[in-house]
Design a protein around this ligand. Structure first.
Ligand SMILES: Nc1ncnc2c1ncn2[C@@H]1O[C@H](COP(=O)(O)OP(=O)(O)OP(=O)(O)O)[C@@H](O)[C@H]1O
Ligand SMILES: [Mg+2]
Length: 396
């Protein structure tokens, strides 16, 4: 049985029109793609190749001209879908006069998180993206580009989304920040089984984190596949080992010439500049050299995926083993009865924050998706966040 894709795009075409509804730009042209559960999927291509347009259609911020898009099996503008997505836009759309804490609090309120839960998530996320306390109290309008990117990532995670869509997540980040974001993407994907769609021009970053990619040009897919498939250079072979004497190298080259009639290029591998940079910054941090910028961290926010992990434990506990065919045929012991109290405790994962009214934390299990849907946000706000005309406006 095939698994339902998280994102399915079939025959997607987007033509931007001018004021007179004349076709101006064919940004996406008959695009097919599928993103599967738990996958980190890269959308690559040069400037203007249609990456952000595709992302905005998947988010339901733009209408397609033609084609079919579903997210979690539903249309992208379904509120049940929106509540499960975290989005980092390519430009930071942050309110200049709010500080980092107020910004996260604001987005937490949009997702109807209780005050205690917002505070808990805020503290963990600020730590995770490396914004120290003193920086978190400054208005985000004063932030450097990389600092704004970090708070943008925290904002995208505040609702503990199942699908994370990141439009150029590492643009503007210093190598330390880029490493932090890359590590976070990999861990969020692997440990918490989230699905991640990202676009990026930083190909080394994409190569490190993505399982599958498509490369777009002119709104069309030029190539696609797993990282191994698209990067394999089957016409070459690479041998790596410890340092060899010049004499041994000579002999190997002669052997290859005689046997295969080919010449062998020998070179010394170089370390990566990223590694050198990270070492220097870490050493400066350890020497406590003063900086007003971002910090060094990398702790993943503990609340992420708490619900997912809880669900898995419960599924394991309550799984019913098949009945043995006949008495005495199987030695498998019957499943142990599950204590109600243990279940109640497990289902309370991520729900232990004190209530805003000061009452003790509730152990009520988290409501199913349909019940924890946030209301449709104000369209004008979505348009402002995406920098696009509202849906149904002149551009689609
Ligand atoms: N609102 C708009 N109105 C008209 N044309 C647009 C609009 N947004 C994008 N385009 C055009 O659509 C094409 C694809 O743009 P898009 O932003 O999707 O590219 P991209 O791959 O994200 O590029 P980049 O790497 O620069 O972010 C470009 O030619 C762009 O000029
Ligand atoms: Mg773009």
């Amino acid at each position: 049985m095939s698994v339902q894709p998280v994102i399915s795009v079939v025959g997607l075409t987007k033509v931007y029109r001018d004021f007179w509804r004349r076709a101006r730009v064919r940004a996406v042209n008959n695009l097919d793609l599928e993103v599967r559960p738990g996958e980190i999927f890269g959308l690559l291509g040069p400037n203007g190749s249609g990456k952000s347009t595709t992302i905005k259609i998947i988010l339901g911020l733009l209408n397609p001209t033609r084609g079919r898009v579903t997210v979690f099996g539903r249309p992208p503008d379904d509120v049940r879908v929106k509540s499960r997505i975290g989005y980092l836009p390519e430009e930071s759309y942050l309110y200049r006069f709010l500080n980092a804490r107020e910004t996260l609090d604001y987005y937490g309120t949009l997702f109807q998180l209780p005050r205690g839960e917002r505070r808990r998530r805020m503290a963990q996320l600020l730590d995770m993206v490396g914004l120290p306390r003193h920086a978190a109290r400054r208005p985000v309008g004063e932030y450097s580009k990389g600092m704004a990117r970090r708070i943008g990532l925290a904002q995208a995670l505040i609702n503990d989304p199942d699908l994370l869509i990141l439009d150029e997540p590492t643009s503007g980040l210093d190598p330390l920040g880029a490493k932090l974001v890359k590590d976070a993407i990999v861990r969020i994907g692997q440990e918490f089984k989230k699905t991640i769609l990202l676009s990026s021009h930083l190909l080394a970053d994409v190569e490190e984190v993505c399982h599958r990619v498509v490369i777009l040009y002119g709104g069309r897919i030029q190539t696609s596949g797993t990282m191994e498939q698209v990067l394999a250079r089957n016409e070459q072979v690479q041998l790596t080992g410890e340092r060899l004497s010049p004499q041994t190298i000579n002999e190997i080259q002669n052997l290859v010439r005689q046997r295969e009639g080919r010449s062998l290029t020998v070179s010394v591998p170089r370390d990566r500049l990223e590694h050198l940079f990270l070492r220097i910054v870490r050493e400066a941090h350890e020497r406590q050299v003063e900086s007003a910028g971002s910090g060094v961290t990398g702790e993943i926010a503990a609340f992420l995926g708490a619900e997912q992990q809880g669900r898995e434990v419960i599924e394991q506990l309550v799984r019913v083993e098949p009945e043995p065919a006949a008495a005495g045929e199987s030695e498998t012991p019957a499943p142990a009865p599950v204590a109600e109290a243990v279940l109640a405790e497990l289902t309370a994962a991520g729900q232990t924050a004190p209530r805003p009214d000061g009452q003790p934390a509730t152990t009520e299990a988290r409501k199913p998706d349909a019940a924890r849907v946030k209301p449709e946000p104000d369209r004008s706000l979505l348009s402002e966040l995406s920098g696009e005309e509202p849906r149904g406006g002149g551009s689609s």
